[in-house]
Design a protein. Structure first.
Ligand SMILES: Cc1ncc(COP(=O)(O)O)c(C=O)c1O
Length: 368
C-alpha cells in the first residue's frame, strides 16, 4: 500500500533508544528522585536562577500564543552576545535549531560532515532529513583531523560541517587556527557552543564564544543554549546566530510558536540574573577540576582535560558498562556510558554540586 511507506531515510534510521525518564528510573532503582545523584546528562543540578523561578511562578500569559519572532528575547540576547538581533533566531533548544538548519539546507542525498565521537543529534538530524552522513573521526586524543576534513570537503562537497566546541563527550575546544582553516573551506561551518559558558574565558556572554564573528562571515553559524549554564534544560530554549543569506529561509521554515512563553520568560529572567549564574558556572568549573584531579588518582580511571561541565574518563582495566551499572544500582549515581565504537571503554561524568562529587568519589573509592 503506497500510503504505508514512510520516507526511506526514516525507515533506515537506527532504532530509537529512549532516555529513561527520571520518575521511571527512580522506581527502578528503588530510590527517591532527590536521593539520585544524576551526573549522566550534563544538566545543571542547581536548576533555574532565583529570578527565573520567580518569573515562572508569576507567569501571566500562558493562555496566549508566544511572539513568533521572540522579539524581547532576541533583543536581550543581542545585549548579552553583542550580535545584532536581526542575526539571531531562538528555538526550542539548540536541538530544534540543528534540525531546522538541516531541514532548510538539505536536499535528499546532500552530504553533511560530522567528527565523531560527538553529539549524537548531528547524525540523527542528518539522516532524518534525508542527508548523507560523512564521518571524519577525531584522533585518539579527540583533536580534529584537519587534513582529513580539508580533503573530505574538497572531494565530497558537503553542504555543512557540524562541530561542537567544547565537544561532547570529551570537552575539548576548537582552536582559533582550526576554526580559521575550516572557515576557508567551501562549506557552512556550524559551531555548537552548548557548553561554552563553562570554558572560563572572559565574561558570561563572551566566554571565548565565536558568536560575534557570525555577522562578518558567510559560512559560520554559532548555536548556544540556556539548557546548561542557565539550568533550563527542561524548558527547551536555545538560540543561534546565522549568516544574512540563511535567515530568510530559517524564518520561513520554522514553527511559528517554537519558543513557548514559560521558556521565554525564564530565559529573559536568566539574562537578568547573570551574576548569580556566573557564580554557578564557576562552581561547576571548580567541581569539574576537582573531578579531573581526584579521578586521575584512581587506578581504574583516566580522565581527559575538559573545558565543559563534564569529564570523560577512559576505563582501562575493567568494563565501563559494568562500572556504570554498579554505580547506579549500588549507589544511585548515574554516569553516562556510550555503546559506540571508540567509546566503549569510557564513561562521562557531569560536574555536579560539591556533595555530588563527594558521593561519587566515596563510591569510586569503595570500588577501587
Ligand atoms: C553539544 C550539544 N549541543 C546541543 C545540546 C542540546 O542542547 P539543547 O538542550 O539546547 O537542545 C547538547 C545536549 O546535551 C549537546 O551536548
Amino acid at each position: 500500500m503506497i500510503y504505508q511507506n514512510p520516507a526511506r531515510w526514516v525507515v533506515d534510521l537506527p532504532p530509537y533508544t529512549p532516555i529513561e525518564p527520571f520518575e521511571v528510573l527512580s522506581v527502578r532503582l528503588g530510590r527517591r528522585p532527590q536521593d539520585i545523584v544524576k551526573l549522566d546528562a550534563n544538566e545543571n543540578p542547581y536548576g533555574p536562577s532565583p529570578r527565573a523561578r520567580q518569573a515562572l511562578a508569576e507567569l501571566q500569559f500562558a493562555h496566549i500564543y508566544p511572539d513568533p519572532e521572540s522579539r524581547a528575547l532576541r533583543q536581550a540576547l543581542s545585549d548579552f552576545t553583542g550580535v545584532p538581533a536581526e542575526f539571531l533566531l531562538s528555538g526550542a533548544g539548540a536541538d530544534e535549531l540543528i534540525d531546522l538548519l538541516l531541514r532548510v539546507m538539505l536536499e535528499p542525498g546532500d552530504r553533511v560532515i560530522t567528527c565523531p565521537p560527538t553529539f549524537g543529534m548531528y547524525a540523527f538530524g542528518t539522516r532524518l532529513n534525508g542527508g548523507q552522513l560523512v564521518e571524519v573521526p577525531r584522533r585518539p586524543n579527540f583533536s580534529l583531523d584537519l587534513p582529513a576534513l580539508q580533503q573530505a570537503v574538497n572531494d565530497l562537497q558537503p553542504k555543512m560541517l557540524l562541530l561542537a566546541s567544547p565537544n561532547n563527550p570529551d570537552g575539548s575546544l576548537l582552536s582559533d587556527q582550526e576554526l580559521h582553516a575550516l572557515l576557508e573551506l567551501p562549506v557552512l561551518v556550524v559551531l555548537d557552543e552548548a557548553y561554552i559558558e563553562f570554558s572560563g574565558l572572559g565574561a558570561l556572554g563572551e566566554q571565548g564564544s565565536r558568536i560575534s564573528a557570525v555577522p562578518q562571515r558567510d559560512n559560520l553559524v554559532v548555536l548556544r543554549t540556556f539548557s546548561k549554564w542557565a539550568g533550563l534544560a527542561g524548558l527547551r530554549v536555545g538560540y543561534g546566530a546565522f549568516p544574512a543569506w540563511l535567515l530568510p529561509a530559517l524564518w520561513r521554515a520554522k514553527q511559528p510558536y517554537n519558543v513557548n512563553v514559560a521558556a521565554s520568560a525564564a530565559a529573559l529572567a536568566s539574562l537578568e540574573d547573570r551574576d548569580y549564574l556566573a557564580g554557578i558556572a564557576a562552581s561547576l568549573r571548580q567541581e569539574r577540576e576537582r573531578l579531573q584531579r581526584e579521578l586521575g588518582r584512581l587506578s581504574f580511571l583516566q580522565p581527559y582535560p575538559s573545558c565543559a561541565n563534564f569529564v570523560l574518563c577512559r576505563v582501562p582495566d575493567r568494563s565501563a558498562r559494568e562500572l556504570k551499572e554498579t554505580l547506579a544500582a549500588q549507589y544511585g549515581i548515574l554516569v553516562r556510558y556510550f555503546d559506540s565504537p571508540g567509546l566503549r571503554d569510557h564513561i562521562r561524568i557531569s560536574a555536579g554540586r560539591p556533595q555530588d562529587t563527594n558521593s561519587l568519589l566515596e563510591a569510586l573509592a569503595a570500588l577501587e
